[in-house]
Design a protein around this ligand. Structure first.
Ligand SMILES: *Cc1c(COP(=O)(O)O)cnc(C)c1O
Length: 426
């Protein structure tokens, strides 16, 4: 029943490293063959063997309206007919920028790029350019894309400076990255004692790349205060949470202002897009207005802008979407929790808008180390069994799940029933 995917995977591996263009797609942490996808249909993925899956991944976040939304499809097709790219300004960019600016009170201007990785990389350059400082603070378990200075892991001993987490990244390029524990206020204060050259803190205010781990209110407040006290800028990486956690992203939920905000995923509705945004004063440092260089041949691509524009306008005209998505996310994780409890399996669950997470462990993890203490084997079995029954969850406990508008309560209940069956055997 995975025959065609198996063959496709083998063929892919002969011409693409590991057969995939992004490592997580290879299903390494859960095992098995990654289904090769033929098409999406609303809430469902259909693979090349004809298997259908209820999709809780939604392209890792962008598809808040599910697959093949008619309005987005129509806007994209109409734009495609006028040409794919011009390398010259279009009105679509201004319109999408205006939609984003309107939702965030402390940002005035947006620069579009083509991925989340580019957005955070550029936001950090901007923060360094504005402050004239070099060091950055990043938290363990937060992911901000794959640029060199962000691929860090804890160094040996008590060093605050990160060591490269990938071959190919010179230690010289990570020596300005200070690595801190998420939700650890003392650790963060120590960083500001260790360095007087801090340009910025970059943080996922609702971490979604170590499973769902929200920052505490006190922690974000400390981030804000330390930045203000030391002339550093606070960057909220909202590539995932922007227009996902709420209509005003994580920012709207945590009641804390950042200086620079990065976007991606939902603002492109499935097309390759990223963006970073800040006040007029900060953005004035950016080329061509200022001297901090940043550019992109395909930046603000019209097709991507058209997709994002329709998507954001749809979200804005139906703000209740988020309450509905949150209710569905809660229905799902509460159902999973109930099933787990029934079978004496410890499970921790959480939701933030249309993002949801669950961990096979005794207590709710607060940071990367605690997530690492979860039962990964149990997760892998759960994942494989759910996949067999037609439920497509993210293939790692370090990832969150995403609810989309087309998933119904009946589908969620069917998912819970399947999970209940599986948990009996776990
Ligand atoms: C996905 C993600 C990125 C990277 O975006 P890409 O488009 O994959 O480069 C950066 N930050 C966060 C928080 C993300 O979730």
């Amino acid at each position: 029943m995975y025959d065609k995917s198996l063959k496709a995977y083998e063929e892919a591996q002969s011409v693409i490293p590991g057969g995939v263009d992004s490592p997580v797609r290879a299903f390494k942490s859960v095992g098995g063959v990654p289904p090769f996808i033929d098409r999406g249909e609303g809430s469902y993925l259909v693979d090349i063997d004809g298997n259908r899956y209820l999709d809780f991944v939604q392209s890792w976040g962008p598809l808040i309206f599910g697959h093949c939304d008619k309005d987005i499809e129509e806007a994209v097709l109409n734009t495609v007919k006028k040409g794919l790219s011009f390398g010259a300004p279009t009105e679509l960019e201004t319109k999408l920028a205006a939609e984003i600016v309107e939702m965030y009170e402390n940002i005035d201007k947006v620069r579009f790029v083509s991925s989340g990785t580019e957005a955070t990389m550029s936001a950090i350059r901007l923060a360094r350019g504005v402050t004239g400082k070099n060091d950055i603070i990043k938290f363990e378990g937060c992911y901000h894309g794959h640029s060199d200075s962000l691929l860090v892991q804890a160094g040996s001993g008590l060093a605050t400076f990160g060591a490269p987490s990938s071959p190919g990244v010179p230690a010289d390029l990570t020596k300005h990255t200070l690595l801190c524990e998420y939700n650890n206020i003392e650790n963060l204060k120590k960083c500001f004692k260790d360095s007087n050259d801090i340009a910025c803190i970059i943080i996922e205010p609702i971490a979604g790349n170590m499973g769902l781990v929200p920052a505490t209110k006190e922690f974000l407040q400390t981030c804000r205060e330390l930045c203000d006290a030391h002339g550093a800028l606070l960057i909220f990486d909202e590539v995932m949470s922007g227009f996902r956690a709420s209509l005003t992203g994580a920012h709207g939920l945590v009641e804390q202002n950042a200086d620079i905000i990065t976007f991606g995923k939902v603002i492109g509705a499935g097309m390759p897009v990223g963006a970073f945004a800040a006040s007029k004063a900060i953005m004035s440092h950016l080329s061509p207005e200022g001297t901090v260089y940043q550019a992109g041949t395909l930046s603000g691509n019209p097709v991507a802008m058209a997709a994002g524009l329709v998507s954001l306008r749809k979200l804005k005209s139906n703000p209740s979407v988020y309450t509905e998505l949150e209710a569905k996310s809660q229905r799902l994780v509460n159902g999973l929790k109930e099933a787990a409890t029934k079978h004496n399996i410890p499970l921790q669950v959480g939701t933030r808008g249309s993002m949801f997470g669950f961990f096979f462990c005794e207590k709710m993890p607060n940071n990367f180390k605690e997530v690492g203490e979860c039962d990964f084997e149990r997760f892998a079995t759960f994942h494989q069994e759910m996949l067999k029954r037609g439920f497509y969850f993210a293939c790692s406990q370090y990832e969150v799940g995403f609810m989309c508008t087309t998933i119904t309560n009946d589908e969620i209940d069917a998912c819970i029933t399947a999970a209940d069956e599986i948990m009996e055997t776990l």
